[in-house]
Design a protein around this ligand. Structure first.
Ligand SMILES: Cc1cc2nc3c(=O)[nH]c(=O)nc-3n(C[C@H](O)[C@H](O)[C@H](O)COP(=O)(O)OP(=O)(O)OC[C@H]3O[C@@H](n4cnc5c(N)ncnc54)[C@H](O)[C@@H]3O)c2cc1C
Length: 399
């Protein structure tokens, strides 16, 4: 029997104790059948956690796993935000990743993050941020030049005003992580179907009955839409259009080179990291500057001409080389342009659609950081019909 009433779960701390395969399995003949749209890191984590509850999971990916924003992500796991509630959620996700990493060998680099400030105004902001983070349990501290040199001997920062270290941060190869999550979901019985685009949601009265896809129709009890920047198009069929802003971002990727850096290195002007296999990646700005050459990209998702990629790639790589001893012979490989699934207020949008209570929306920036906790919470909400009050600030209906 499907319970339509949804109750609130006070204090998500009780969640781990509440969720178990046996309590949420629906019996062999009446397993809850849940579809997940999107094989990015968010959809993959939701599919895995749903599979762990005993639900019958089908994940639909129109292209290939991790082909959307996930593969173009810097993939830094952090809790950097001035919003205390959101910071606490992100800290929980860091803790959830530690568990997942142990269980599934995600190969996350838990090296923390170094920040440095190049003028006194930045240094003052940094000190205030560090004090605030530290008080909130987000291990942050100011560090001296000597300590910085020990933590990251190859960083070549020249003169700088101040530096800090966030010990809890990590970074990952998001494609590798997504594949691992999907492999485990599959191992637990989930169907991972691609290439397969969900084209239409199907309803019987006010209840979801299934989806039409490019590979046929599927009967479903519930559907999670974790389609990244494509989410609004599909969610509109369930009576809700999540408001997203257009937020492109580029990253330069090198070929493998010798190990030089085990942590994220960041200033307001450039940030970079090195994967375990030696690839360096980074960028010199969070958002594309509003200049005529960027007009197309600033208006909507589009590919970038090869020459433009090469130019930006070499330009950013030169800056990274200037900050990292030993990187001089790191060879340019490619430049990615990714489109962040960025909600209007920059906070995640998660919850049942205000237009249909069988359809769940999951769209967010910092989806790499958040995937671990969101997979856990969202699978719980879907299979238990209880709502976690910690997610209240992030509900679709807030706009
Ligand atoms: C440049 C850049 C840097 C970033 N840096 C960070 C960072 O350091 N830390 C961090 O936490 N986050 C970062 N992010 C954000 C993060 O990458 C995203 O929030 C996250 O990848 C979103 O994952 P997702 O699974 O929701 O979406 P996506 O990875 O975009 O996946 C959605 C998938 O849905 C599929 N899909 C869409 N519609 C359909 C359909 N109808 N049928 C079937 N499949 C469909 C798409 O093909 C796609 O594969 C960054 C993003 C960018 C672009």
């Amino acid at each position: 029997m499907i319970i339509r009433r949804r109750t609130f779960l006070k204090g998500a701390g009780s969640l781990a104790a509440t969720v178990s395969v046996s309590s949420l399995a629906f019996g062999k003949e009446q397993k809850l059948s849940v579809g997940v749209v999107g094989g990015g890191i968010v959809g993959a984590s939701i599919a895995l956690h749903l599979a762990r509850t005993g639900a019958q999971v089908t994940l639909f990916e129109k292209s290939a796993p991790a082909s959307g924003a996930t593969s173009k992500s810097f993939a830094w796991i952090n809790a950097h935000t001035s919003d205390p509630h959101y910071r606490a959620l992100r800290l929980k996700s860091i803790a959830a990743y530690r568990q997942l990493d142990q269980q599934l060998q995600l190969d996350i680099t838990w090296g923390g993050a170094i920040h440095w400030a190049v003028n006194s105004a930045e240094a003052e902001r940094m000190k205030a941020t560090v004090a605030e983070f530290d008080q909130a349990g987000y291990a942050a501290r100011m560090i001296s030049r000597d300590e910085l040199a020990k933590l990251a001997p190859n960083l070549n920062l020249g003169s700088f005003d101040a530096a800090s270290f966030n010990a809890l941060d990590g970074h990952m190869d998001p494609v590798h992580t997504t594949r691992k999550l999907l492999d485990q979901a599959k191992h637990l019985g989930a169907d991972i179907v691609y290439p397969c685009e969900v084209t239409q949601l199907q309803f019987n009265g006010d209840r979801l009955s299934g989806v039409a896809t490019t590979a046929g129709t599927y009967s479903l009890d519930r559907l999670v839409i974790a389609g990244g920047v494509d989410t609004p198009k599909l969610a509109a069929q369930a009576g809700y259009t999540p408001p997203l802003i257009h937020a492109p971002g580029i990253l330069v990727h090198t070929k493998r080179t010798k190990p030089l850096l085990g942590r994220v290195a960041e200033t307001p002007h450039i940030y970079f990291k090195q994967h375990r296999d030696g690839r360096i990646l980074g960028t010199d700005g969070y958002y594309a500057p509003d200049i005529p050459a960027h007009q197309g990209i600033l208006q909507g998702p589009q590919e970038m001409a090869y020459e433009l990629r090469q130019m930006h790639g070499e330009r950013i790589l030169d800056k990274i080389k200037g900050k990292l001893h030993g990187a001089a012979d790191a060879a340019y490989d490619h430049l990615t342009i990714g489109y962040r699934p960025m909600p209007q207020d920059r906070l995640p949008i998660v919850g049942f659609s205000p237009g249909n209570s069988d359809v769940y929306i999951a769209v967010m920036h910092s989806g790499v950081t958040l995937a671990a906790i969101m997979g856990r919470y969202i699978s719980y909400e879907i299979t238990s019909n209880k709502l976690i009050d910690e997610l209240a600030p992030y509900r679709p209906g807030r706009f």
